[in-house]
Structure formats: C-alpha cells, structure tokens
Design a protein around this ligand. Structure first.
Ligand SMILES: Nc1ncnc2c1ncn2[C@@H]1O[C@H](COP(=O)(O)OP(=O)(O)OP(=O)(O)O)[C@@H](O)[C@H]1O
Ligand SMILES: [Mg+2]
Length: 238
C-alpha cells in the first residue's frame, strides 16, 4: 500500500514563481526514502507542503489513501505525520524533559507519553543525562536529538526529517544517523528524509529521489543512485 503519494505538486512563495514544479513521488509501507538535492532545490518547501505549513498551488497529496493537501498542520500531525524541521522546534528556556513532555499534541501521544519518553532516552542517552538542564545549554548535535525526540513524543506514524545534518560536524552527523537508524528500525514506520549530504541520506534509506530545481531528475534504489555517475559527480565530488 502507498503510504504517501504526491502527484504533480506545485508550490511557490510568489504567485509568478513555482519552487516545486510538478513533483511526483511515493512511499510504500515501512519504507525509508531519501529526497536529495543541492541548496535551494526545494526540499524544505516540499516538507512544509506535506506538513500543511505551505498550501500547494496545484497537485495532490495522499496519506494512506486520504487526501491531505488543504488540511491544516495540526490535522496532519493528528493523522500521525510528524516533521522534524530544518531549524528550531525546541524551546531554549525549558528543560530537556519539559521540551519533550509538551510535545504530545496527539491524543494517542498523550496516552503513550511514558513509553515514548523511555524510547527517546534509550535512543539518545545524552538527553537522559541532561534531562533537567535547559535546552539552550545543549550542543548543536544534542539539540537535534531533542528535536527528533520531540517528534517521537507525538507517536509518529510517518516521520519527515528535514536536513538534520545542517550545521553539524561530520562526526556528530555520523553518530546522529547511527542513533536514528536504530530508532527508526525499532519504530518500524515509514520515513521521508531530506538531506544535502547525499551519501549519508542514501546510506540511511533504501530508495531515493534526486531533486533539482523543484523537479525529480533521478530515482532508484540507494545503491543504484550512489553508483550513478551523475550523482557521484554532482553531489559526492568523485
Ligand atoms: N519563505 C520564503 N519566501 C520566498 N522564497 C523562499 C522562501 N523559502 C524558500 N524560498 C525559496 O525557495 C527555493 C527553495 O528553497 P528550499 O528552502 O525549499 O530549498 P532546500 O532544498 O531546502 O535548500 P537547503 O538545502 O538550503 O535547505 C529557494 O530558491 C528559496 O530561496
Ligand atoms: Mg532546506
């Protein structure tokens, strides 16, 4: 069954300019899919459109067969689609645990709060060690863990991860992805991951799409894409 289906999606900030120019792709049950592309390709615009933060100009988005474009962001969260945004999302003046506890907006998440909190602390021991400290005191990598943790507190049924490597040192990114892999395997839910670092994203996902200027230009299994000369030349620099 298709979990997410995006058909001919057009989105833009200016009435005259389309950032997403008729984008189509899909995600199957339990699949982890990467959407990769250079700066400004429209990756975050896509994530915001799926989450209902931006309204598409045209096209359709279906989640488990239900049309969701046109729905409000909180209605989309309620369906179980939870986004880890590219920036922000954590409150620096609240402690780590307070940040996590206030994230349960879904009814289901309120009932699963304790179980989810344990999963977050188990997946990110650095958050457990600092649970009483203010989020503002965290390092960049730890703040990203908290941002992911907040998404987990919503009992997600599908995760959208927007460029979680942004601004982090390579070693931190590597560690973060290792922890995330364990977590998503445990949760067994579909994931759409958007990344500028193509190699990392394709290592993480089973399948991927390459996006250039709001359009899909290549698609295939991660292994096949990594082998593509175009991907190697443009994005990995080999
Ligand atoms: N709020 C906005 N208002 C106007 N234009 C915007 C806005 N946000 C993004 N854009 C433009 O839309 C295009 C796509 O931006 P987007 O942020 O989706 O790219 P991205 O692929 O996520 O890039 P990055 O890898 O840098 O995060 C860019 O040309 C950008 O300048
Ligand atoms: Mg972006």
């Amino acid at each position: 069954m298709k979990i997410l289906e995006v058909n001919q999606l057009k989105t833009g900030y200016d009435p005259e300019v389309d950032v997403l120019r008729g984008l189509s792709f899909s995600i199957e049950e339990e699949e982890c899919v990467a959407m990769v592309g250079a700066n400004g390709a429209g990756k975050s615009t896509l994530m915001k459109t799926i989450s209902g933060i931006l309204k598409p100009k045209s096209g359709e988005i279906f989640y488990r067969g239900q049309r969701i474009d046109g729905m409000l962001p909180h209605e989309i969260v309620n369906l179980g689609i939870v986004q880890v945004p590219e920036e922000g999302g954590t409150f620096p003046n609240l402690t780590i645990e307070e940040n996590l506890m206030i994230s349960c907006r879904r009814k289901k998440a309120k009932m699963e709060r304790q179980k989810n909190l344990e999963l977050v602390y188990q997946s990110f021991p650095q958050l457990l060690a600092k649970k009483g400290q203010l989020a503002g005191s965290l390092s960049g990598g730890q703040r990203k863990m908290l941002s992911i943790g907040k998404a987990i507190m919503e009992s997600p049924e599908m995760l959208l991860l927007d460029d979680i490597s942004m601004g982090l040192a390579p070693k931190v990114v590597e560690d973060l992805y290792r922890m995330l892999k364990d977590l998503t395997l445990k949760m067994d839910i579909p994931v759409l991951i958007v990344e500028q670092i193509v190699e990392i994203a394709l290592d993480f996902a089973q399948r991927g799409y390459v996006m250039t200027q709001g359009e899909i230009v290549l698609e295939g299994s991660s292994a096949a894409l990594l082998d593509t000369e175009a991907v190697q030349k443009i994005y990995i620099g080999t």
